[in-house]
Design a protein around this ligand. Structure first.
Ligand code: CA
Length: 484
């Protein structure tokens, strides 16, 4: 028979454990399980179909054997989204768990792109620096005893005022306020990146960053660590070692994929991931290290599908659009996660997830509480990692972009101001110029070719209602009409 004091003690233990987990700092872990290491490879401008696990065709142009291996050992997400269609706002959402307008960055530099006379509404002002009072993933994991390192593209403010070290990372290698590898020389050293001082002359940036990542893992193998590796690749300027470009020049184009330098940049990232995976195996860290491969927005291409003359450097068929558009090609991105302790090898999930979900997800995985005073857009998708068939309890996914992104010529836009909601298979886009509505069923029309806004008035009304309620709830700034 169990005596009542034992029962009471057990209840007290549970209560104490709960309080500690959700305590004021929200960062205490009580689990005796070793906390996972996290290696987050956050690629730049890589399109949905630009790595083999996502290729629309078997005769794929790109070569990504290590990412394919990672997918075979982990989980592939077919409905992973970025919080924005370009770099800085996606990165801000990932770091803070807050998508615009919870944090103030919705685009890169200014939302008033293009010529003023071509803009029919007045865009909302944008900020370029993630406020320092935002609690980042790194800050929260640091409170729980993690070692943290940032390598590569930061784009959320300039060091030493607002760089990675000011936002919770112990280490910063190459992270600055700019979205490019450097001001001069770009991908090859020396490139005058002020946050790099130990690269070899002529070293290719991608190789350098992965080399530093490997060194970091070796040095921190005995600690739980969070390594954010954001190679500037595959963002322009297109540059790669000649020896990696030449083999692709011998290959035939596959669909809209034919750029040998872009392919060599992707291959260089894949090669770096191969080195990371080998290092984790060598150190015996594979089982409890979460390796994440994810992109911040779609590839720079696919623009003929939105009616522009030029296509860019990649394509997203069967998806529509590309970087800078809020069609699927601009925001649906590759995501592969391997965490052998939790994910089953070779699994695929169709559950939609967002960049802002990583904040609660990674803290959940590390058994670390959420910061008490920072409202979040996302939810933890650890239940999906545990079981690929899980459906998350989420009302809808939202995007808000109250600005302009120009394309190739005057009046050519990648996007005009727009808000977007996706609920189940349905996606509604509201363009603020002329209040145009577009409604798509992604289940039957992945390529967003049939606008059902007129044919499905009840669905349109329901989706508009969701969007309006969310814009109101988040107090979202709306572009103003020009006075006649
Ligand atoms: Ca980007």
């Amino acid at each position: 028979m169990v005596d009542s004091r034992t029962v009471w003690n057990c209840i007290a233990c549970v209560v104490l454990a709960t309080l500690m987990t959700a305590g004021p700092a929200g960062a205490q872990s009580t689990s005796s399980e070793p906390r996972p290491n996290i290696v987050f490879v956050y690629v730049d401008d890589l399109g949905y179909t630009d790595v083999n696990p996502y290729s629309a065709r078997p005769d794929q142009y790109y070569e990504t054997p290590n990412i394919t291996q990672l997918a075979g050992q982990g989980m592939t997400f077919t409905n992973a989204y970025a919080n924005a269609a370009n770099c800085a706002p996606s990165r801000a959402a990932l770091m803070s768990g807050q998508a615009y307008p919870l944090q103030p960055i919705y685009t890169v530099n200014s939302g008033a792109r293009g010529d003023a006379e071509d803009r029919k509404v007045i865009p909302v002002e944008n900020e370029t620096r993630l406020p320092l009072d935002k609690i980042t993933i790194a800050e929260q994991l640091t409170k729980a005893g993690y070692q943290t390192a940032f390598m590569g593209k930061w784009h959320l403010g300039a060091p030493p005022e607002a760089g990675p070290k000011q936002q919770g990372f112990d280490v910063n290698v190459g992270g600055t306020e700019t979205g490019h590898p450097s001001w001069e020389g770009a991908y090859f050293q020396p490139n005058n990146n002020p946050e790099i001082d130990d690269a070899e002359k002529g070293e290719y940036m991608t190789d350098y960053l992965f080399r530093k990542a490997e060194e970091y893992i070796r040095q921190n193998q005995d600690e739980p660590f969070y390594l954010q590796l954001s190679p500037y690749s595959v963002h322009v300027p297109l540059q790669a070692p000649d020896s990696r470009i030449l083999p692709f020049e011998e290959k035939d184009p596959v669909g809209g994929h034919n750029n040998s330098t872009y392919a060599a940049m992707i291959k260089s990232v894949d090669r770096g991931i191969g080195h990371i995976l080998e290092t984790l195996d060598e150190l015996g860290l594979r089982r409890n290290t979460m390796v994440i491969f994810y992109s911040d927005n779609g590839g720079l291409g696919g623009f003929q599908s939105i009616g522009l003359d030029k296509n860019g450097i990649t394509d997203h068929a069967p998806l529509k659009g590309g970087k800078g558009t809020f069609y699927e090609g601009g925001i649906r991105v590759p995501l592969v996660i391997r965490w052998p302790k939790v994910t089953r090898p070779g699994t695929t999930t169709d559950e939609p997830v967002l960049g802002s979900d990583f904040f609660p997800t990674l803290l959940d995985a590390a058994n670390v509480g959420l910061p008490p005073n920072q409202p979040l857009n996302g939810i933890s998708f650890v239940p999906v990692l545990q079981d690929a068939s899980t459906t998350l309890e989420r009302e809808a996914l939202y995007w808000h972009f109250p600005g302009y992104l120009q394309a190739y010529g005057p009046g050519d836009w990648r996007t005009t101001p727009v808000s977007v909601v996706r609920a189940g298979p349905w996606k509604l886009m509201r363009f603020y110029e002329n209040n145009r509505l577009e409604l798509y069923n992604l289940e039957t029309d992945l390529g967003e070719t049939q606008n059902l806004a007129q044919k499905r008035p009840e669905k349109r009304k329901e989706m508009v209602g969701r969007l309006d309620a969310w814009l109101k709830r988040t107090d979202a700034p709306i572009p103003r009409q020009k006075e006649d």
